[in-house]
Design a protein around this ligand. Structure first.
Ligand code: ADP
Length: 174
C-alpha cells in the first residue's frame, strides 16, 4: 500500500538516528567526502565503503549520477541500509531544483524496493554544495509530501538551528 509518509523533524547528527534507512548526501564518486558523507563512513565503518567500492567496480563505474540513489549496508549504524544520493551543486546560472527533488524521490523509490518503512534524510545539497537552506527545505518537504511511497515515516535530521527553523517553517506552510 502506498500512502503519504508522516514527516518528523529531528535536531542533530544523522549518524545518531535510528531508522530502517539513513540517506547519505554523497558525492558521485561514492568513495566518501565531508559533511554527512564523512560522518556516515566514520561511524558506519569500512563495510559501507567496501560496498561502495563494489558498486564503482560494477554498475556505477563512472560514479552515481546526480539525482540518483543507491543502497548499501549501514555497517555499524543503527539502521539496516544507507541510501546514497548525490545532490546537485547549487548554481546561480542554472535551475537544478529538479535534480534536488529527484534525490528525495529516488531515495524513497529505493527505500520502497528495500521494504524500508522509516527513512531519515539530511538537508541534501545545503552544506558543501551550497544550496540556500530555505529553498532546500522547500524542495525537500514538497517532494516528500508529493511522492507516493510505502515509507510510513520520514525524518529530516537537521544539523543546526538555521536548518531546523527552515524545515519547521516549511512543514507548517506546506
Ligand atoms: P552536500 O554536499 O549535499 O551539501 P553536506 O554533507 O555538506 O552535503 O551537507 C548537507 C547538510 O547536512 C548541511 O545542512 C549540513 O549542515 C548538514 N550536516 C552535516 N553533517 C551532518 C550530520 N552528521 N548529520 C546531519 N546533518 C549534517
Amino acid at each position: 500500500m502506498t500512502t503519504r509518509p508522516d514527516l518528523v523533524l529531528a535536531f542533530g547528527d544523522i549518524t545518531e538516528q535510528h531508522a530502517d534507512a539513513l540517506v547519505n548526501a554523497a558525492n558521485s564518486s561514492l568513495l566518501g567526502g565531508g559533511g554527512v558523507d564523512g560522518a556516515i563512513h566514520r561511524k558506519g565503518g569500512p563495510e559501507i565503503l567496501a560496498e561502495c567500492r563494489a558498486l564503482r567496480a560494477g554498475h556505477y563505474g563512472k560514479g552515481l549520477p546526480t539525482g540518483q540513489a543507491v543502497a548499501t549496508t549501514a555497517g555499524r549504524l543503527d539502521a539496516r541500509w544507507v541510501i546514497h544520493t548525490v545532490g546537485p551543486v547549487w548554481s546561480r546560472e542554472e535551475d537544478r531544483s529538479e535534480q534536488l527533488a529527484s534525490c528525495y524521490r529516488e531515495s524513497l523509490r529505493v527505500a520502497d524496493e528495500l521494504g524500508a518503512r522509516t527513512v531519515a534524510f539530511p538537508a541534501i545539497s545545503t552544506g558543501i554544495y551550497g544550496w540556500p537552506m530555505d529553498d532546500g527545505a522547500r524542495i525537500a518537504v514538497e517532494t516528500v509530501r508529493g511522492t507516493e511511497t510505502a515509507v510510513e515515516e520520514v525524518t529530516f535530521v537537521l544539523f543546526d538551528e538555521e536548518a531546523y527553523r527552515a524545515f519547521a517553517k516549511r512543514v507548517r506552510l506546506t
